[in-house]
Design a protein around this ligand. Structure first.
Ligand code: URP
Ligand code: ZN
Ligand code: ZN
Length: 468
């Protein structure tokens, strides 16, 4: 049987490097031709993209879907999160495998994989979380890299007594990563400082969500970055700092880069559009906005946007970590004996990332269209060994394409979202533009903003080392 043909005509093609008008011909799962206006070959499906931008499928390098955390489980499944991602224009998700300290890495990977396989409607791969390091774990990590096509680890400097690791373990993980050519992603907050500050605040009866940020100030994040980057320098490992929330942390990372540390910076969508005042809302509403590191003072937002524009920040993910307000965030409600330390951390956002970047970044002229593609697609593909199959509009690349209507105006609401949570942290926010049509490996999965795919079409992606 001959391959399916799809021709996308008359769109303005946007890549990380530039923009131009052209037609894109896809055959089967791949892009096979990019030309000036051409006629459709016989039997081809044709999509007219006049007045639209055509982006490469977006990549979210930091999501949690399977997440046993703080005594509960994240709310989405791969079906709901994957559909939400596609509706938002994201065709590939990179999920964090987060084993418990007593869990074997291979068992954890199998568990995380089983939850996605045959269910995910979008493409996916994993960062392998390392929450314990000993001889047995090292052996399994070598196997995971060699046989399971995973070329990034994840460590937590935060979450003492849960995912957090000791310095001895951190050193061992980074040494192994440097040897294997694996990049190490890290959540950088000093766990001991967080634990001490939390205990002091709770002892003073400062228990509401508004005390979450003071328990993890910017200095705690900056010192966490400095600590991690010192280890990276001395081991030679290549590293990636996840969910960077503030100027203090970015400056520390820039300093390390100047000294030769191979480090990349990620921020996540909530920090760009929300600030600490959201977590201070009365009647426990602030709990909807609890994530770690916390939302910061508003002035950090402008710094993050500028750092995106000048390339200091490489990627924008979401840290999608979906917990219901009524049944899960409420675990930390002081009215029933809880406190801010028992509110499950996370803000659901996998569906809204590109809309938010477009509305508050591109439309406000803080970033260009090319920067949008770089930070939300191409750079993640390069760093994590997916480029140029993903993150590019080029002959031979996967036909993952987003046809974007820049004239669409919407309002974010929980009622119309696909994510499974009972609230949206962006409720009522106006948005400009939407992913009108989304194509995953040559198949149309979103039409006029609605999911039309025949789930599950997602594929586990095999990765090779990225920039290394
Ligand atoms: O608040 C957050 N970030 N929740 C998810 C777990 C993590 O730290 O990435
Ligand atoms: Zn984290
Ligand atoms: Zn995370």
């Amino acid at each position: 049987m001959s391959e399916r043909l799809l021709l996308i005509k008359n769109g303005e093609i946007i890549t990380a490097e530039g923009r131009f008008h052209g037609d894109i011909l896809c055959s089967g799962e791949k892009i096979v031709e990019i030309t000036a206006a051409r006629d459709a070959p016989e039997g081809a499906e044709v999509i007219d993209a006049t007045g639209r931008y055509v982006f490469p499928g977006f990549i979210d390098p930091h999501v949690h879907i399977t997440l046993p955390f703080m005594g509960t489980e994240a709310k989405d499944t791969w079906e709901t999160a994957g559909k939400a991602a596609l509706i938002g224009g994201t065709t590939t998700l990179i999920e964090m495998v987060c084993p418990g300290r007593d869990e074997e890495p291979l068992d954890a990977l199998a568990h995380w994989q089983a939850n996605a396989e045959g269910i995910a409607p979008c493409d996916y791969t994993f960062h392998m979380g390392v929450t314990r390091f000993d001889e047995g774990v090292e052996k399994q990590l070598r196997q995971i890299v060699a046989e399971h096509h995973i070329t990034s680890f994840k460590v937590f400097l935060a979450y003492k007594g849960a995912f957090g690791i000791s310095d001895e373990e951190l050193y061992g993980i980074l040494r192994l990563a440097a040897e294997l050519g694996v990049i190490v992603t890290a959540h950088c907050e000093n766990a001991e400082l967080v634990a001490q500050l939390q205990a002091e605040l709770v002892a003073e009866d400062k228990v509401g969500p508004e005390w979450h940020e003071p328990s993890r100030p910017t200095s705690v994040e900056a010192t966490g970055c400095h600590h991690f980057l010192t280890f990276a320098k001395l081991t030679g490992a290549h590293v990636y700092i996840v969910h960077t929330s503030c100027k203090d942390a970015v400056k520390v990372i820039q300093n390390a880069q100047k000294k030769g540390v191979k480090a990349w910076v990620e921020t996540v969508a909530p920090y760009l559009v929300l600030d600490k005042s959201a977590a201070e809302l009365p009647d426990f509403e602030g709990a909807k906005y609890i994530m770690s590191p916390p939302l910061r003072e508003k002035h950090h937002q402008e710094f993050l946007w500028k750092s995106l524009a000048d390339g200091t920040i490489a990627t924008v993910g979401t840290d999608h970590a979906p917990f219901d307000f009524e049944t899960q965030k409420r675990m930390g409600d002081p009215a029933s004996g809880g406190n801010f330390t028992t509110i499950p951390n996370g803000i659901p956002s996998v569906e809204e990332r590109i809309k938010l970047l477009y509305t508050y970044g591109v439309a406000k002229k803080r970033i260009t269209l090319e920067t949008l593609v770089r930070c939300a697609s191409s750079e993640a593909a390069r760093i994590f060994g997916l480029y140029p199959a993903k993150g590019a509009i080029a002959v031979g690349s996967d036909a993952d394409l987003v046809i974007w209507d820049p004239s669409y105006e919407g309002v974010i609401s929980q009622e119309s979202q696909t994510m499974a949570t009972d609230y949206s942290a962006f409720e009522g926010m106006n948005t400009i533009g939407r992913a009108e049509t989304v194509i995953l490996r040559g198949r149309t999965v979103v039409v006029r903003g609605e999911f039309t795919g025949k789930a599950p079409e997602g594929r586990h992606l095999h990765r090779s080392p990225g920039y290394l």
